[in-house]
Design a protein around this ligand. Sequence first.
Ligand SMILES: C[S@@+](CC[C@H](N)C(=O)[O-])C[C@H]1O[C@@H](n2cnc3c(N)ncnc32)[C@H](O)[C@@H]1O
Length: 257
Amino acid sequence: MNDLPREFLRTDFGHEVYDGWYLEHGSYNFEAPEFVERHFPFYKKALLLSKDDKILEAGCGIGSYSREFARRGYHVVGMDLSPNFLSEAEKITQHENLEIEFIFGDYNEMNFEEKFTVIFFEGSFFYQSKEGLISLLSRIHKALTSNGRVYFVHKNPSIWKKGYPIANWSQTKKNVFVLQKAEYDENDGVEKCLWLKIDLETHKHYKCDFSVMHLPPDELKNCLMAAGFMDFHFHKKRRLGNFDPKNDNDFSVVARK
Ligand SMILES: C[S@@+](CC[C@H](N)C(=O)[O-])C[C@H]1O[C@@H](n2cnc3c(N)ncnc32)[C@H](O)[C@@H]1O
């Protein structure tokens, strides 16, 4: 036990250790094809999809949603900042004989001009500050063609905060333990997440801590408008009904340029 390092090695999304663990430990973190397929009627109606659409899936992970778009005949580009996920995405896509362009990149730095008719996020829309959110939405606005649409899922903090704090220990294999923790700070609207991996076999331990902001729906509206989106709708999560701020945990946002 004396050999254990005091420091944990830092890691995050896009780091091969974190992403390797995410792929292995949390296969449920990526949606199963049946789950993805089930929600397509909603995407089709809410986003008014047509076969002429050119779709960017931002934060595509292993490409579960990109592949469903491609299977249905849409032109899709997948973007992610994890080489590990992208190589997995390419492998599965080739195996299915589908054609998708996967690109490496941080969506916060996207610099496209009127290139996509749809920008789609599923489980991948993250921001750390209000300024960061407006900057991201502005880049999305610029990247969309006229009448282009953006889609993402957002948490409703007034309901979510009731479920915090969360802490779960699990054993992923012999001598390897993982802690996943999250708490919500109401003052700054930020969810603080922590992931620890303790490996008693190799004595290498990893730590990933990150923050995600969840603005209340009205503030999100202000940010959408600040970025130039005047036409937007908040749906129930992956359903056509209207979002109910008093009862719904999450909501799906569709904004049109
Ligand atoms: C929870 S996974 C969801 C993946 C996929 N959308 C799905 O549902 O199967 C979140 C993904 O977002 C990616 N991601 C997070 N921040 C990103 C950023 N700033 N730019 C590009 N990708 C990002 C991560 O690498 C990860 O693949």
